[in-house]
Design a protein around this ligand. Sequence first.
Ligand SMILES: C[S@@+](CC[C@H](N)C(=O)[O-])C[C@H]1O[C@@H](n2cnc3c(N)ncnc32)[C@H](O)[C@@H]1O
Length: 297
Amino acid sequence: MSMMSDSQSAAMTGERSREAPSSAATADDPNTVYALGSSTGESARLQRQAEELAPDSAALLDRVGLRAGESAIDLGCGPRGVIDLLAERTAPGGRVVGLDADPAHVAMASEFVASRRLSGVEVMRGDARHTGLESGSFDLVHARTLLVTVPEPAEVLREMVRLTRPGGWVVGLEPDTEVAICYPPHPAFDRLCEIFTTAFRRNGANPHFGRRLAELYREAGLEDVTVEVRATVYPHGHSRRTVRVDLVCSLHPEIIKMGLSDQEELNELDTAARKHLENPDVLVMPSLNFLAWGRKP
Ligand SMILES: C[S@@+](CC[C@H](N)C(=O)[O-])C[C@H]1O[C@@H](n2cnc3c(N)ncnc32)[C@H](O)[C@@H]1O
């Protein structure tokens, strides 16, 4: 029998203290239904993601022309999200809110805001499905790689629309991982993609969500809905080249609990896939990223 407490074993695996998701996960706690769990490795991946996706997110925000003095919120901002991109565009005199359910991410985002000396920015802990914030209080409401990770994305979208002022914008970026290219192919990469898809779906999240984004925007009552897709091939040395492998690492505890694999196989697959991706001649396009924006009537 293990002599380790839950928090000790969590520390060894890089997991932070959080109840393990189960089929009986309480929908009331956003952290139990969120597909990627909480670990130091996942937080580090999200810090990198903020840099990696900044060009796509900047392009998205520029499509709707957020202006100085306006207000914006980033729901599920993680340790950084697009808080800095929103603050740059709304300064001077604007208001930016970063909201996340994970207290560790709230702390990291607050540190980020302080380290960058961003003014007019507030970071808060909350549930993107029901924030409790005033209706119509933002010119722009943003969520990136949040809807893909929750079982009921329409719930979050309803809240996004509620928070937007009439005439304001709901905007987001969500991946769709059905089309992922690694060429030449490698069995370890293929197996990791297969494991990821099954594990990611465990609480009802949809790894192929990107294509549904515009449809959900329209169903939520938004107008002038526009969608754009980006398929980026990441060159040798780019940190996003290994994103599919990194995502599987974030899911190791779940994968093992679900009996999809064991730590030994996962370690072997990880080593083999990373070695393959280190070859500069290997081409990697890890997902399609859907950008969408729609106006609240
Ligand atoms: C995949 S991360 C994306 C982080 C950030 N948006 C980015 O793109 O870099 C999803 C984030 O949403 C948070 N999250 C998940 N469900 C949430 C909910 N219902 N309310 C608030 N935050 C939530 C998670 O804690 C995590 O930080």
